[in-house]
Design a protein around this ligand. Structure first.
Ligand SMILES: NC(=O)c1ccc[n+]([C@@H]2O[C@H](COP(=O)([O-])OP(=O)(O)OC[C@H]3O[C@@H](n4cnc5c(N)ncnc54)[C@H](OP(=O)(O)O)[C@@H]3O)[C@@H](O)[C@H]2O)c1
Length: 203
């Protein structure tokens, strides 16, 4: 698929590297096409463009920038967002989502695309690079209101090596964002470090 990734930091580069290896066409959108992160992205064989140019022709757009700057970045891109599957990986850690309940619902409103899928936010980048513990794939939890968009994201999540758990509609994005806050708190405030993941067991 033609995937554009807004942001070439930890999450963007990890996803882009693995999707590129699976044969997807990767374009990064960045604010400075000469930055070190931009050159890191080129090093994996991806194209790197301005935010505006990066979304042209995209089938899927992964939002991998801080939530606090997403409003400004999205509003400065003139495109038909409804033509794309939008994946929101952001976590509103240092910026509030008001008047929206969640970052994903804010991004749905700002893009005018109600089919945003929340994904990849509930665990750290190390787990995205290596989503396996004791020989078993860990889960990524996704939610959204559009079945076809979720199917696309499910396939892309499996390309990253995740097992996918459908957590319902976009109104549940706040739950996934809070799950991420728990992971970050345990990893970095309670000293557990990033080498753990939440998993789902069933019977
Ligand atoms: N890291 C994780 O483990 C993790 C896990 C799950 C979800 N997330 C979420 O994923 C998103 C990206 O996290 P990350 O760790 O990949 O961040 P990061 O490594 O800091 O990269 C952030 C990216 O956003 C760009 N950016 C920052 N400020 C900007 C601005 N004012 N305008 C335009 N672009 C700007 C940066 O570009 P410059 O190089 O130009 O600054 C960079 O490309 C965040 O929303 C985070 O909450 C992160």
């Amino acid at each position: 698929m033609r995937i554009t990734i807004l942001g070439a930091g930890n999450i963007g580069l990890a996803a882009g590297t693995k999707w590129k290896a699976k044969g997807h066409t990767i374009t990064f959108g960045v604010r400075d096409v000469e930055s070190q992160k931009a050159w890191n992205a080129r090093a994996i064989g991806a194209e790197v463009k301005s935010f505006q140019e990066s979304v042209e022709g995209a089938e899927v757009v992964l939002i991998a920038i801080p939530f606090g700057v997403a409003d400004e970045v999205i509003k400065n891109i003139n495109t038909d967002w409804e033509k794309m599957v939008i994946i929101d990986a952001t976590n509103p850690i240092s910026a509030g989502t008001e008047p929206f309940d969640s970052a994903a619902e804010a991004i749905a409103a700002w893009t005018g695309n109600a089919d945003v899928v929340k994904a990849f936010n509930t665990t750290g980048v190390g787990n995205m690079m290596q989503p396996e513990y004791n020989g078993k794939a860990i889960e990524t939890f996704i939610c959204g209101d559009h079945a076809e968009a979720k199917e696309v994201v499910k396939g892309l999540a499996e390309d990253l090596g995740f097992r996918v758990v459908d957590a319902g509609g976009l109104e549940n994005a706040i739950l996934l964002e809070n799950l991420a806050k728990l992971w970050v708190t345990m990893a970095y405030r309670l000293g557990k470090g990033p080498n753990f993941a939440f998993t789902l067991v069933e019977r």
